[in-house]
Write a protein that binds this ligand. Structure first.
Ligand code: CP
Length: 317
């Protein structure tokens, strides 16, 4: 197995099966720090640099919280407008990263351009963690999600996962790549104008990912062990900031998971994950059903980032 020491976490396309389980095992080991709300000293000599060119609540703060839980230091920016990359100079990724690598030991980057963290990794002497790149990928979120499913179900092989939402979304790309390493069957449901791109489907076929495209949630929810959601009332992920209009529209019933639908059609033990933020595709009254796991998922976001930081910084083998 490849070492994680010094490794960039950019994509799940090339992550191997045993590596997922290694990450899950490290996450299990570090979880007590987060669960007991205490900070250790595993990374006390290390500094995390967060370079966020796009808004974030969960990913940036969970990564920063993870570093604090491990006794490390954190600095960074959450709005590129406050840097030279976001003003008159439009400083390049290459030049920016040449600076950032002097200030910290690992860089967590979110960017509106697909491939920006990959470009950063080319020029950085310290590991780069992709925290979401345009419509590209969101590997740390999906590692969190797979860890949550694995914890809750006890296994990944043999599961049927209903993926519903905008299929251009970076989480959908990462999770479908990840399914190539497990015996998982996916049902993919999204609006025609947000469906999987042909080039991505070609990649999935090459990776032997088992998936079927379906028209609506109702047609396949009864078979799903896991319901994995994203909005279809969606922001434009290719810009640094999308305020949206006041009237954002409503999610068509075909892409919603409601309490009523869960009661009438879902498996009794089906679980729902949503990386959040949500719109009306997942009404708040689902939160109190036995199916909801998105708050566990949110907690695991800290645990997973603890595992990844420890691994790429060599604190744990
Ligand atoms: N799930 C997720 O990426 O959330 P943020 O955009 O708040 O980081």
């Amino acid at each position: 197995m490849r070492s994680f020491l010094g490794r960039d976490i950019l994509s799940l396309k090339d992550m191997e099966r045993e590596e997922y389980f290694q990450i899950f095992s490290v996450a299990d080991r570090l979880k007590p720090f987060a669960a007991e709300r205490r900070n250790g000293d595993l990374l006390k000599h290390k500094t995390l640099l967060t370079a966020f060119y796009q808004p974030s609540t969960r990913t940036r703060l969970a990564t920063e919280a993870a570093m604090h839980r491990l006794g490390g230091h954190v600095l960074g920016f959450s709005d590129a407008k406050m840097t030279r990359a976001g003003d008159f100079y439009q400083e390049t990724i290459k030049d920016t990263v040449h600076m950032l690598e002097y200030y910290g030991d690992v860089i967590a980057m979110r960017h509106f351009q697909q491939g920006a963290p990959h470009e950063a990794a080319k020029w950085s002497s310290v590991p780069v963690i992709n925290c979401g790149d345009g419509w590209g990928e969101h590997p740390t979120q999906v590692l969190t999600d797979l860890y949550t499913i694995w914890q809750q179900k006890g296994h990944l092989d043999g599961l049927k996962v209903l993926c519903v939402g905008d299929m251009r979304m970076r989480t959908m790309h990462s999770i479908l790549y990840a399914f190539s390493q497990f015996d998982v069957e996916a049902f993919v449901v999204g609006p025609p104008d947000m469906s999987l791109l042909d080039e991505f489907k070609t990649e999935l076929d090459l990776l032997s990912v088992q998936y079927q495209e379906k028209e609506d949630v109702e047609s396949c929810i009864a078979d799903a062990d896991v319901i994995y959601m994203e909005p279809v009332v969606q922001a434009d992920y290719t810009v640094s900031r999308d305020e949206g209009s006041k009237d954002k529209g409503l999610t068509p019933p075909a892409y919603r998971v409601t309490r009523e639908l869960l009661k009438s059609k879902a498996k009794s033990d089906a679980i729902i994950l949503h990386s959040l933020p949500r719109m009306d595709e997942l009404p708040a009254d689902v939160d109190s059903t036995r199916h909801a796991r998105y708050w566990v998922e949110a907690f695991n976001g800290v645990v997973m980032r603890m595992a990844l930081l420890s691994l790429v910084l060599g604190a744990i083998e």
